[in-house]
Design a protein around this ligand. Structure first.
Ligand code: SF4
Length: 75
């Protein structure tokens, strides 16, 4: 499998990055460990800062990480 789909190389951005992400997300959507993969990504911001994980893009994962961090601070 082409890892560039999940981790677009530096220098790839905009429409091309979006295209690669859509292909990766489609692969994730038929993966049997999608929930566990996303949980790992959201729960480990120190390890996961880029790429498609669990059917989500890095932007979406970072939003989820920030949301979780805010919720954690309110407890
Ligand atoms: S859900 Fe995770 S393990 Fe499954 S294809 Fe996507 S990135 Fe790979």
């Amino acid at each position: 499998m082409d890892t560039d789909l999940f981790f677009p190389p530096a220098g790839i951005s905009g429409e091309r990055k979006y295209e690669l992400e859509r292909i990766a997300v489609n692969i994730c959507n038929s993966c049997t460990v999608i929930d566990e993969c996303l949980e790992f990504a959201v729960g480990n911001p120190q390890l996961v800062a880029a790429g498609v994980w669990g059917g989500k893009t890095d932007d979406e994962i970072q939003k989820m990480q920030r949301r979780r961090k805010r919720r954690g601070r309110r407890k």
